[in-house]
Design a protein around this ligand. Structure first.
Ligand code: HEC
Length: 144
């Protein structure tokens, strides 16, 4: 009788432990997704000033880099509909949206520099000047 009871406990507890485990992982992934969709630059980033603000040449350079390396995910007009972004979680941001455009140049620069998976960090890929060119171009995308 005692043996039966122990078996019974196992039969009950193992599936229970399994469901608790599954439950906790899916909860974690939900929290992670929420955290990601609320990606924020640190307040200090707002102090960074764009040395190339509104400069025509910088906008043109930024456009070239953007079309080569960013449009694949963010789409050519920046609205987040690039072919490589379809299966990503979170989806590539709509760079023309108010959500993005209301951020400071410094915050956008910080995000391009730091990245946030699935978006890569561009710190080692582009010089500071090129990253500011991208910020300047993103402003133009916001006006279109
Ligand atoms: C692999 C696809 C991919 C590529 C390539 C990519 N991005 Fe992103 N980008 C993303 C995703 C996904 C997010 C959303 C990340 C998040 O919210 O955590 C994002 C977010 C951003 C944001 C932040 C928007 C916000 O919500 O504040 C900026 C700015 C940005 N990308 C600029 C760029 C620039 C500039 C390039 C090219 C140098 C680039 N991205 C290349 C996928 C990509």
């Amino acid at each position: 009788m005692k043996l039966f009871n122990i078996k019974f406990v196992y039969i009950l507890l193992i599936p229970l432990a399994f469901f608790v485990f599954i439950g906790s992982t899916s909860e974690k992934s939900i929290i992670k997704t929420l955290e990601k969709s609320g990606w924020k630059a640190p307040p200090e980033a707002d102090n960074l000033k764009n040395p190339l603000k509104d400069l025509e040449a910088a906008t043109e350079e930024g456009e070239i880099i953007f079309n080569q390396h960013c449009a694949i995910c963010h789409g050519e007009n920046g609205s987040g509909d690039g072919i490589a972004g379809i299966g990503l979680n979170p989806r590539p941001a709509d760079l023309t949206s108010e959500e993005v455009q209301k951020q400071s140049d410094g915050a956008i620069f910080w995000k391009i520099t730091t990245g946030n998976p699935p978006m890569a960090s561009y710190e080692l890929i582009y010089s500071e000047k090129q990253r500011w060119q991208l910020v300047t171009y993103i402003r133009k995308l916001g006006q279109n």
